[in-house]
Design a protein. Structure first.
Length: 155
């Protein structure tokens, strides 16, 4: 997958509204789900109890926590983007976040991103909203769609 190169603030501004492509497909493994459960203390059975899931879950398999699905954006963000000419880049937060479809153990997923309207927020900083979509292979609905807001300090 070719990465989108962004060279400094002027180039970031010029790319407002651009589709930035999609990362390579990944496969969600059960240890990712259980490690996230351990890290957050969220051991709800629909994520980690395979016996109960087999008997009671409408999903038929362990599903990723919604926040795990959202967290996957951060890991793939720099796989999609080749960023140069910035002193600092920070994750500023999220706008609207939705989880339209559960991401099951074994699912193939990838991050697709579009850059929203970049704006100057003062002090030399640029704010860039990225519409991040965790796509599921073979599914019409994504696992997550989120507005992820980053701030860039050109340098």
């Amino acid at each position: 997958m070719p990465r989108t190169r962004i060279e400094g603030g002027a180039n970031l501004l010029a790319l407002s509204g651009t589709d930035l492509g999609a990362a390579d497909w990944q496969t969600l493994a059960f240890p990712q789900i259980t490690t996230f459960a351990d890290a957050t203390g969220d051991h709800q059975w629909i994520h980690v109890d395979k016996e109960r899931i087999a008997k009671e879950s409408p999903f038929g398999a362990p599903i990723a926590h919604g926040y795990l699905t959202l967290a996957l954006v951060a890991g793939q963000f720099f796989e999609l983007l080749d960023l140069h000419g910035f002193k600092m880049i920070i994750n500023y937060g999220c706008g609207k976040v939705r989880f339209p479809s559960p991401m099951k153990e074994g699912a193939r997923w990838r991050l697709a991103m579009k850059l929203g309207e970049v704006k100057d927020v003062g002090g030399g900083w640029l704010e860039a909203p990225f519409i991040a979509t965790i796509e599921l292979d073979g599914s019409a609905k994504p696992a997550c769609v989120a507005e992820c807001i980053y701030r860039f300090l050109p340098g």
